[in-house]
Write a protein that binds this ligand. Structure first.
Ligand SMILES: [Zn+2]
Length: 201
């Protein structure tokens, strides 16, 4: 903290570094917090602390969980033959909300982007390959954003499987998704249709 900087300035900077929050919104939040009572602000800061202390990646799929394994991975009634690859944990909630998929998931925690120096070692790629090597998965479904990074990632993983002599069905969500768009902004109907009409790659 610089000498002239107050905690107000520092917190505005903290909030404006969050996704989707510009400086104006950050200032609005900080001035709002000043009006709240200390019960509210204490609770908020405690919960933020608890978030990092209690939520860990699921050792199987990589999504966040407060249990040893996440609810989906520990549900034995789902279809072991289907494995859906997503970029972020939030994508699981979106796909689950369609009710059109009963397999398991694997979260990459990002997409390959050689330009930004993001290679497979920075993502949850190798554990995915080990999971498939166990032999239960019959279809790998890429539910990645239809962007250059999404395509690169899907092709890279497919190549890795081929190089290891693993020949399983590889599909992707059918067209209908906006190119370069986020799964987050796709309506449920479109996503359900593209899940049901997935195509081989
Ligand atoms: Zn899991």
């Amino acid at each position: 903290m610089k000498n002239s900087e107050t905690i107000i300035d520092v917190l505005i900077k903290n909030f404006s570094s969050l996704p989707g929050i510009g400086r104006k919104s950050a200032a609005r939040i900080v001035y709002h917090l000043l009006k709240e009572d200390s019960f509210f602000t204490d609770n908020l800061s405690d919960n933020i602390k608890k978030l990092k202390e209690t939520i860990k990646p699921c050792p199987v799929c990589g999504c966040y969980t407060d249990a040893h394994e996440c609810g989906i991975c520990s549900d034995a009634t789902r279809n072991k033959k289907l494995l859906c690859v997503v970029e972020n944990p939030q994508d699981i909630d979106i796909i689950e909300s369609t009710g059109a998929f009963d397999g398991y998931y694997h979260v990459l925690m990002g997409l390959l982007s050689p330009i930004d120096g993001i290679g497979p070692e920075k993502l949850n790629v190798y554990p995915l390959i080990s999971r498939i090597e166990k032999g239960e998965v019959e279809e790998l479904i890429f539910a990645l954003n239809p962007s250059v990074e999404g395509e690169t990632t899907a092709l890279y993983i497919q190549k890795m499987l081929e190089n290891r002599g693993i020949h399983i069905k590889v599909t992707r969500l059918a067209s209908g998704l906006p190119v370069g768009g986020d799964l987050e902004y796709v309506d449920r109907m479109t996503l359900t249709r593209s899940l049901l009409g997935r195509t081989s790659i």
